[in-house]
Write a protein that binds this ligand. Sequence first.
Ligand code: SF4
Length: 224
Amino acid sequence: MKTSKPGRAKRLPPAVVEEIFRRFHARDPEPKGELEYVDPYTLLVAVVLSAQATDVGVNKATRRLYAEAATPEAMVALGEERVREHIRTIGLFRTKAKNVIALSERLIAEHGGAVPPSRAALELLPGVGRKTANVVMNTAFGEPTIAVDTHLFRVGNRTRLAPGKTPLEVELGLEAAVPDAYRRHAHHWLILHGRYVCKARKPDCFRCLIEDLCPFEPKTPGPG
Ligand code: SF4
């Protein structure tokens, strides 16, 4: 049998959750995301571009794009067609180019060209959903929000840190479970853990920092 069904699984006891995050913190006190950005605007655009694309692919595209336009005003002046050319190597580039221009126009019209430090305001921007808004609130503004992508959804369920059937259920479960002292960095610890250790097809349990605390079965006993 693999892991318990999402939503029905029992959560981990608080002392185990505390120990999991104590270990993540001890190994990497200041975890960083892998998208390249220099300010809230370039982060916002990078996160919008990252849906169904790798961070490496997005970084290649944004290096070219930001060399020409790194502000809402410059992006609007650059125009949708040129944005499309710069990002055509990443998935859904046509829709994303349209959204980058539309959100830049909205930032200029409604927020004086700045990125608003509010999840509700961010979610009103074209192409920005709850996950993107949570990443920006956390990474650009230091808020303890937890953005649940495919990696956090998987890790939250496998470890039973926050079992849930939907990303929102996992997000709210993590918000309730993660001790305050660790909330700020929980998103990055869990995303990096899911990307490099607790991988989708076959988790590397044999080299996992929290193997003894994780109830997922069957554990992967070794490489290969
Ligand atoms: S023990 Fe395995 S399933 Fe559990 S968190 Fe670690 S890598 Fe993931």
